[in-house]
Design a protein around this ligand. Sequence first.
Ligand code: NAD
Length: 484
Amino acid sequence: MTIPVIRNYINGEWVTSQSTVVGDVWNPATGEKIARVPYGTKEDVGRAVEAAANAYPEWRKTPPLSRARYLFRLKEAFEEQFEEIARVLTTEQGKAIDESRGEVRRMIENVEHATGVTTMMTGYCLEDIAKGVDCSLQRQPMGVFAAIAPYNFPGMVPWWFLPYAIVTGNTFVLKPSEQVPMTQQKVFEIIDEIGLPEGVVNTVNGSRDVVNAILDHPGIAGVSFVGSTPTARYIYERCGATGKRVQALGGAKNIVAVTPDANIDAAMPSLITSFFGCSGQRCLSGSVLVPVGDVAGELIEKFVQSAKAMKIGSGLDEATSMGPVVSRAHRERVLGYIEKGISEGAEMILDGRNYSNPDFPEGFFLGPTIFDHVTPEMTIAKEEIFGPVVSIVRAKNLDEVIDIINTRGFANAACIYTQNGATVREFKYRVKPAMIGVNIGIAAPMSFFPFGGSGDSMFGDLKGHGREIFQFFTNAKVVIERYF
Ligand code: NAD
């Protein structure tokens, strides 16, 4: 079998990178190499930005409704190839096929929300701000934007930005994650069919050199980034230094609290999905489970039983509830955290270290792992593990829960399971994270609400999608006028 080589899409054409550095793409379930990805160069980025800059003047003049019509076409094309996109996604990322379907659905929802441009991009106006003087605000596109994506959502995350950037009249360059470039390769094959003018969207594959070339390129007006906190901070600082507009979404360590009045049986399926869905590789995954008071005994017993009942296997198997982690190296990293938990004195009550799948002995699998009696100071309670590892930190009351949440840098999401309205009010009023779930384990805003945390989980103010994204991709111009 020949292994495909990922190509760049520049100016409406598939082009081969000139790079001599090439990485491997793996099927995490089988442990097989399934593609090769050139780590693109500054020159590749230069070509993509040039194409995008050349396309910009005409695209900007194209009426917003006409731009939106390309998105209507794209939505139809995505629907037709929905299952195919989901299967490519699972094959390279590992997640269960139903999760990939959910991800593709979210991708399409962003296309749908972006078609509202004729409402969302409008400005406002006030007559007679002084006698005979009128003032108006209009939103204008800014030129070429770029996005840099992480590995855990190879389908959805680029689409938090791309459709909004182009529907508002900008042109675009995408750098997918080098670990999972095949999904966007498939998506760009579909884009290629809908007849967008050349250069409006482009993709350059690669790693750090591509990112740095994007950050330094004077022809790029702004950058959207999603990934780990150290990289997000770096992107934010470097965009500041080069004068670019930037939104940089970082990592997470989400706390899920359960109070004694919670309905534990009803909560259990969503608790399990929160901690183990996508093998814990979500920025919204639960990572620290906090039983409050005397709920601990029943909660932990049921949680461990449910975790044991999960079916681990290839994501392409419809019966699988948890697939592998993305790579051999990441599996080792997660194992390192498990060892750290043991050495720091946490009590392991479910051990997933030795799980191996009889059908796929080379796959990058880990079983669910649960530690009890973790203290907030332990490494496994503080750092982002990004794997199927749960740290249980017991709390006496709501104040302690809020303290655990608010004394860490990460502030992406926080969830609480309770039937008590006053507890909820206190929780959502006081916690620092910006995505809150109440009896919901994954507090994922849909395309028409903003996505992004606070603290070390988000650098910048305008978040992904929602109404705000139309602001991120436009400049507000104020006109004050009078006539003699
Ligand atoms: P990552 O930071 O390693 O990589 C993200 C992107 O940055 C990739 O395209 C990569 O090529 C590039 N990159 C990595 N290191 C770089 C460097 N030193 N210089 C320049 N570019 C660099 O993140 P990842 O491992 O791909 O993704 C997982 C992380 O993303 C987790 O921390 C997760 O929490 C986070 N994430 C956050 C959100 C959110 O909404 N906040 C959503 C999804 C994922």
